[in-house]
Structures are given as structure tokens and as C-alpha cells.
Design a protein. Structure first.
Length: 153
């Protein structure tokens, strides 16, 4: 029997999530953006999701939401060879315009009040940041990251 090389319609996958989200409405908005822009899944770290009316496309029926207890739980469940990309205003961050998105990654956003804690930042493989000196709404920031990935693909 001959071995055939298997081909796939896309090259890689990505997911996006929020660390210690403070406003539940952000999950519904991010979920909708993630579905529209081709994410494979979304997730929360340290918080659970309650169904929101902002999810007008019923993204919950189309891509899964995972919940992780803490950053170590997320890292323990990262798929093989998947990069953890933190989105944070930090001196180690690369500006998103200069960033080449990995084929397999998950993007982790901090909440609007406190961002990502230092111990979480230190566990990320890469850090990226959006233009500006102040944090954006977390769902807006996530949507910009997703759009940048889509535009560069």
C-alpha cells in the first residue's frame, strides 16, 4: 500500500482568550469576532463565561470555549508545538505591525484594569502590543489582533 501525503485546507490554527476577565460582555464580543475571523476556539483563564446577547451570530454553536483554572492549567493543555502569545503593553513586546504570527498559537489578553500579571507574561513564548500608550477594551484589542493575523495570511 502506498503512503500518501495528507493535505489540509489551512496551515495551522489559532485560539484567543482572556485572563481574569472582569466584564462578561467582552467574552461574547470576542467570541463573535473570533468566529468571524477564523479562530479555532476561544478560552478564559480564571473565569467562566455566561451566555451574552452580544453573540448575535451564535458563535457558541460554531467554535468551542474552553475554561482554564489558571495559567499553568492553560499551558498544560496547549496543543503540541503551540506558541503562547501574550498581548500586553510591556518593554519586551514586539509591535504588532512587525510581528509574524505563528502558524499554531494561542493569543492571551489581560483584563482592562490590570493586564497580564508578570508571572503570566514570563510564561508566554512571545509578547506583542498594539499601538498606543493605554490599554484598549479587551474585546477590541483581541479583534485587532485577529484582524492583523488575517490580513497577514
Amino acid at each position: 500500500m502506498a503512503r500518501l501525503k495528507q493535505t489540509y485546507p489551512t496551515d495551522g490554527f489559532f485560539g484567543i482568550g482572556i485572563y481574569n476577565n472582569k466584564e462578561q460582555v467582552n467574552i461574547g464580543t470576542l467570541w463573535r469576532s473570533a468566529y468571524i475571523m477564523g479562530a479555532s476556539f476561544i478560552f478564559t483563564v480564571g473565569d467562566r463565561y455566561k451566555k451574552q446577547t452580544q453573540d448575535v451570530v451564535n458563535a457558541w454553536q460554531k467554535i468551542p470555549l474552553y475554561n482554564y483554572h489558571d495559567i499553568d492549567d492553560l499551558i498544560a493543555h496547549l496543543p503540541y508545538d503551540t506558541r503562547l502569545v501574550g498581548v500586553e503593553l510591556d518593554k519586551k513586546s514586539v509591535m504588532i505591525g512587525e510581528y509574524q504570527h505563528p502558524h499554531r498559537c494561542v493569543y492571551l489578553l489581560g483584563n482592562e484594569q490590570s493586564g497580564l500579571p508578570r508571572e503570566t507574561i514570563d510564561k508566554c513564548h512571545n509578547l506583542i502590543q498594539l499601538p498606543g500608550d493605554y490599554s484598549l477594551n479587551v474585546a477590541v484589542a483581541g479583534s485587532i489582533v485577529l484582524y492583523d493575523r488575517l490580513a497577514k495570511s
